[in-house]
Design a binder for this molecule. Structure first.
Ligand code: MGD
Ligand code: MGD
Ligand code: SF4
Ligand code: MO
Length: 720
């Protein structure tokens, strides 16, 4: 047995479950990862990513010095460069001075609207807080957003409208207390594996009943009492037909509706049209199944709803989530343990980056930027002259790139995101990236987006820095430095503060905001002092398992579930909904519906998982096809197929697997050589501005072997 030099306890860098990791280290090398049995969130369980996915830290493709492009890039003619000889290694001084000079130059020439920033749901709360502070306090712009826009934006918009909230109402582990729960648009087994374990334990050990509403035959369906296999894009009719049954059969909770909600009569009237027969005709789900699901959920003592991207990533994402909120308000399944409205948050720190203000409409703590009282509060906190902060809402992630043109956004600063893999309709996204005048990427690797940049700033990864992440349960947990960063890489908070000091000096701002933090704890203290939900959170109090926000003061124990008495908006609001079909429906030329999503072993654009041994577990992109469709196309497992939409096309191998319903094909989003987002449509939900990643029309035809791209060409890129 190896004896470790030390064991560092920290939080998993992958998903929003937020499992505790113990990194066993010998000679500054992690040789093993475990988790303590008494860990609050995961009780010692870890999925394959948490246990084995840390080795990207040692990848020879890590960027370890600041880099500036050798060939100056012109707007409109930007190219991708992964190879090291296309970049010049420079000192931190040169890199930061160059970035500060260029940003200040463009700000002086074109004003605050010319600058925009993508924050990072993989980085810490402290780092996201600091980055939005830099752009707000120094450049006076609210053009700050991050991948939450591509993720639960629809859910957040709906929760804000109906209840005035933005997060999961309950703790995921409370599923053990539910007697019935709905999982919809969430492939929990692959994407929140430890929560899926808790869900299965609730079913098999405690007899809870699970209702899965999803177009794919998920692993969870094996534990389900009911599976409603709806067509992609038909959530609203299915959820509304369930509500129709609940109202018609008087299964609703009258006392709750009277005491805590408004708009019931309008909702009930709007539900008349949503009969189970009508929903069946649109969604393909048997009317009896819809009625059974409605009764099972409504008659439960404690019913809960868990949902994911199949709800929010649609051009009617907000309406889909409102459909679920209607169900919870009708039945009163909220405000108690084991109930609730629970959008499972995705990235390790997407809840935290949102709480820390990495969003265009909100300061930290969800204070709207266009409310002058909020702006004044932050002007005082940041020592800025009255009226200095912008009162205008900024652009969202999806809008930032589509505004990349003269007169619009000219410079983009990306801290740890990869739009050239993760935004929809990549052929158009590429044109937007190319149109920028100046692009900075601060990342642990040169990803597909960083390859377009003028400057790369090498960031330390999670195991190389201190700070906090906030998981899907609103639990703030410590991230602890276990290793020194490689080469000259630095933690994001250090890079951002060093850059801010240079920008401030160049701008000659009279009343200086503070940038001289001695460490992440000092940054946390500043943020917590102004955001009421964090007032009671201190690093000392986080030592044993973290705290669930809101934590209004230092004696408060944290909040496992919300809304026992009231909603932040006062009464919960019902919303009457319309069914709006997906923007692009299948037709003769493009007869299949494409849905995109995730695999257990991989992470988003693949930057982390494909630089890890995880890649060997699932080394190439596969197209999931139903056998009926495979026969129709004359394809078998292992054949090469070309999948095309009106926007682009990819070639990948076929996997005949009856996971999707006939007529629906699935491509994972992780593989650059067959990037799903070359096909997806950039239609947006009008309220939340989230793209319709979950439904577009495609054709599937046979391709030649020679048309397949070599996956290893991608994983070898950028190595020394
Ligand atoms: N291994 C792994 N885990 C991850 C991630 C990862 O990249 N890899 N990413 C993390 C992130 S950021 C997120 S947001 C989460 C996402 O986790 P999920 O929400 O589970 O993500 P997806 O795989 O996109 O799948 C969503 C589900 O929606 C279903 N679906 C598609 N269309 C519809 C529809 O119209 N209606 C309904 N009801 N369902 C539909 C799909 O069949 C699929 O089962 O995962 C997190 N965890
Ligand atoms: N077709 C399709 N597209 C989708 C989705 C879908 O379901 N289908 N899902 C969407 C969703 S839900 C999401 S959340 C987005 C995700 O979109 P992105 O956030 O763009 O995706 P990631 O690949 O997770 O990019 C994270 C980057 O951060 C870097 N990184 C990791 N740790 C650090 C750090 O500590 N500091 C810094 N500076 N960088 C770091 C990684 O190297 C990587 O390059 O994708 C969206 N796109
Ligand atoms: S479930 Fe999520 S947080 Fe837990 S080990 Fe897996 S990836 Fe990490
Ligand atoms: Mo996400």
């Amino acid at each position: 047995m190896i004896q470790p030099d030390r064991i560092t306890a920290t939080t998993c860098p992958y998903c929003g479950v937020g499992c505790t990791l113990e990194l066993h280290i010998k000679d500054d090398f992690i040789y093993r990862v475990t988790s303590p049995f008494d860990s609050v969130v995961n009780h010692g369980n870890l999925c394959v990513k948490g246990r084995f996915g840390y080795d990207f830290l040692y990848s020879p493709a890590r960027v370890t010095t600041p880099l500036i492009r050798k060939t100056p890039q012109r707007p409109g003619a930007r190219t991708q460069a992964f190879d090291r000889d296309e970049w010049r290694q420079v000192s931190w001084d040169e890199a930061l001075n160059h970035v500060a000079d260029r940003l200040v130059e463009l700000y002086r020439r074109d004003g605050p609207g010319a600058l925009a920033v993508y924050a990072c749901a993989k980085a810490t709360n402290e780092e996201n807080y600091l980055l939005q502070k830099l752009f707000r306090a120094l450049f006076r712009t609210n053009n700050v957003d991050h991948c939450t826009r591509l993720c639960h934006a629809g859910s957040v918009a709906a929760l804000l409208k109906a209840l005035g909230t933005t997060a999961m109402s309950n703790t995921a582990a409370e599923v053990a207390k539910s007697d019935c729960f709905i999982v919809t648009g969430s492939n929990t087994t692959e994407n929140h594996p430890i929560i899926a374990l808790q869900m299965k334990a609730a079913v098999h050990k405690r007899g809870a009943r699970l209702i899965v509403i999803d177009p794919r035959r998920l692993e969870l369906c094996r534990s389900a009492a009911l599976w409603l296999p709806l067509k992609p894009g038909t959530n609203v009719p299915v959820f509304s037909a369930m509500a129709h049954v609940i109202v018609k059969e008087k299964l609703y909770n009258r006392a709750f509706i009277e005491a805590r909600t408004e708009g019931f009569d309008e909702l009930a009237a709007s539900l008349e049209a949503f009969t189970p027969e009508y929903a069946e005709a649109i969604s393909g789900v048997d009317r009896e199944l819809i009625a059974q699901a409605a009764r099972m959920y409504a008659q439960a003592e404690r019913g809960a709803i868990y949902w994911g991207m199949g709800i929010s990533q649609l051009a009617h994402g907000t309406a889909s989530a409102l459909g679920l909120i209607n169900l919870a308000l009708l039945t009163g399944h909220i405000g108690r343990e084991g109930t609730g409205l629970n959008p499972l948050r995705g990235q390790n720190n997407v809840q935290g980056a949102s709480d820390a203000g990495a969003m265009p409409y909100h300061y930290p703590g969800y204070m709207l930027v266009d409310d002058p009282a909020n702006a004044e509060k932050w002007e005082r906190a940041w020592n800025i002259e009255p009226g200095g902060l912008s009162r205008e809402r900024g652009l969202t992630t999806t809008e930032i790139l589509s505004h990349a043109h003269p007169g619009g956004v000219r410079a983009l600063y990306i801290m740890g995101e990869n739009p050239m893999m993760t935004e929809p309709n990549l052929n158009v996204t590429r044109e937007h990236m190319q149109a920028l005048e100046f692009l900075v990427a601060q990342d642990v690797f040169i990803n597909e987006s960083g390859a377009f940049a003028d400057v790369i700033l090498p960031a330390a990864a999670w195991a190389e820095k201190d700070g906090t992440f906030t998981n899907t349960d609103r639990r703030v947990q410590r991230v602890r430095q276990a290793l020194p960063p490689p080469g000259q890489a630095r933690p994001d908070w250090q890079i951002v503060s060093a850059l801010a000091a240079r920008i401030e000096q160049r701008l000659g701002r009279p009343n200086s905001a503070y940038w001289g933090y001695e460490g992440p704890e000092a940054i946390w203290r500043e943020m917590a002092s102004v955001t009421p939900a964090n007032h009671g959170v201190t690093y000392a109090r986080l030592e044993n398992g973290g705290l669930q926000t809101p934590v209004p003061d230092e004696s408060h124990p944290g909040t496992p579930f919300l809304f026992a008495e009231t909603f932040p908006a006062g009464r919960g609001k019902f919303f009457a909904l319309d069914y709006v079909p997906s923007v692009e429906l299948p037709d003769e030329a493009y007869p299949f519906i494409l849905t995109t999503g995730r695999l257990l072993e991989h992470w988003h654009g693949g930057t982390l998982s494909r630089h890890s041994e995880l890649d060997a577990l699932y080394p190439e992109a596969l197209l999931e096809l139903h056998e009926i469709d495979a026969e129709r196309c004359g394809l078998r497992s292992g054949d090469a197929a070309r999948v095309s939409s009106r926007r682009g096309s990819v070639v990948l191998r076929v996997n005949v697997r009856n996971m999707t319903r006939p007529g629906v094909v699935f491509i994972p989003m992780h593989f650059a050589e067959a990037a799903a987002n070359l096909l997806t449509i950039d239609a947006l939900d009008p309220t939340a501005k989230i793209p319709e990643f979950k439904a577009c029309a495609v054709s599937v035809t046979r391709a030649a072997e020679a048309e397949l791209a070599d996956p290893q060409a991608v994983t070898r890129r950028g190595r020394y």
